[in-house]
Design a protein around this ligand. Structure first.
Ligand code: PEP
Ligand code: MN
Length: 373
């Protein structure tokens, strides 16, 4: 059962205390509290696990801090929508709101290689008004002899430069729980000049112990990548592991599916799944056109396949774009062939803007049409 408290209910209020006291006394019931930061209000949701069958919904709803209670028997208990249109969606991190209505661009290096590339990249982002990026320090590689990332050695300069160029959030993959502590220590040592969104890569989508470890901390939100060879439902269930451990600040990322039918692309672009993910869950949805397409091929219309894929996701309401750029792709140690060039950044952003405006127009058109039916 999910118990939704009245908006902006402070934990010091007598209503909250009375309600919490009642709930904690329920026999065989375990509680978990989550904050949901919608665009207008902050809501506390309390999840009741265990022996909840015998609980009376009306009794719970009569508690002073409670707005309503919902019984859930479906999948994705915490992250799911459960056909309740009134549930708040989203979270705030580093002063930025992440929900199913807005859009953030995370352009940056697939992998940190040289300090100067990090600086050129971040400086270009600042020049174009961007305050988020991607910077891979821990790289899961197919071949054990390939470059695995600089790990914690690069974190001090990555964080320092992020502060210098006004970067608020860095998406950074972690492949082991010890990486969270390394990030934490380096951020602290640098004076917390920026924030990190912990990325779970497609190779770790079902690494349940890693997910539990990431879920146990609530300091960093999570960018969770869809598994490249499992069903959507299996990936959504895996994301729920994070929430079940206590961290529901999760962005779900589509990055293409591994199939031989995807050729000539690296993966089969799956961005039409933005709609079902938003219908089934409350997670903002990210697209990764770089790892989907995997090359810098250009269509006869003069538009790169990566641009086409990006536009397809954004026109369908994507909330975040994770995209590889590199100041010198030929020198990149990971995924150079799919990286966009810094000269392409302004036109990429303009193209995203066109697609986003089209999405907003489509939304208005169809909501208006539905209201008339
Ligand atoms: C990445 O974003 O750098 C990456 C390795 O992606 P994925 O896990 O989707 O392959
Ligand atoms: Mn990559």
């Amino acid at each position: 059962m999910i118990v939704i408290l009245n908006p902006d209910m402070g934990e010091d209020s007598p209503e909250f205390k009375k309600t919490w006291e009642y709930l904690t006394q329920l026999p065989g019931v375990r509680l978990q509290k989550h904050q949901v930061q919608g665009q207008q209000k902050q809501v506390t949701e309390v999840y009741l696990f265990g022996d909840t069958i015998r609980l009376n919904r009306e009794t719970i709803e009569a508690l002073p801090a409670v707005e309503r209670a919902i019984r859930v028997s479906e999948e994705y208990r915490i992250l799911g929508r459960h056909r309740d249109e009134h549930r708040a969606i989203g979270f705030n991190y580093q002063g930025l709101q992440f929900d199913q209505d807005n859009l953030h661009i995370f352009a940056g290096l697939c992998a940190v290689d040289e300090k100067k590339h990090v600086e050129i990249m971040m400086s270009a982002l600042k020049d174009h008004g961007l305050n988020c990026t991607r910077m891979g320090a821990y790289k899961p590689r197919t071949n054990p002899y390939s470059f695995q990332g600089h790990g914690k050695n690069c974190l001090p300069y990555v964080f320092e430069l992020a502060g210098k160029y006004g970067i608020k959030v860095i998406a950074m993959e972690v492949t082991h729980e010890s990486h969270i502590d390394e990030i934490d220590e380096c951020l602290k040592a640098a004076g917390n000049p920026t924030g990190v969104m912990l990325q779970v890569g497609t190779r770790n989508t079902q690494n349940f112990e890693l997910l539990k470890a990431i879920g146990r901390q609530q300091k960093y939100p999570v960018l969770f990548k869809r598994g490249f060879g499992i069903t959507l439902s299996e990936s959504l269930n895996a994301a729920e592991y994070l929430a079940s451990e206590g961290n529901a600040h999760v962005v779900f990322c589509l990055r293409g599916m591994k199939t031989s039918f995807s050729a000539p692309h690296r993966n089969m672009v799956d961005f039409t799944h933005i709609a079902p993910i938003k219908r089934l869950t409350r997670m903002p949805v990210c697209i990764d056109p770089s790892h989907s397409v995997g090359s810098r091929e250009v269509a006869p219309d003069g538009i790169l396949d990566v641009f086409h894929a990006t536009a397809q996701g954004v026109i369908s309401g994507a909330n975040m774009v994770l995209v590889d750029f590199h100041p010198k792709p030929e020198a990149a140690l990971v995924d150079g062939p799919q990286a966009l060039l810094l000269d392409e950044l302004p036109v990429f952003l303009k193209d995203v803007e066109i697609a986003r405006t089209a999405y907003e127009q489509r939304r208005q058109l169809l909501q208006g049409a539905q209201a008339k039916v």
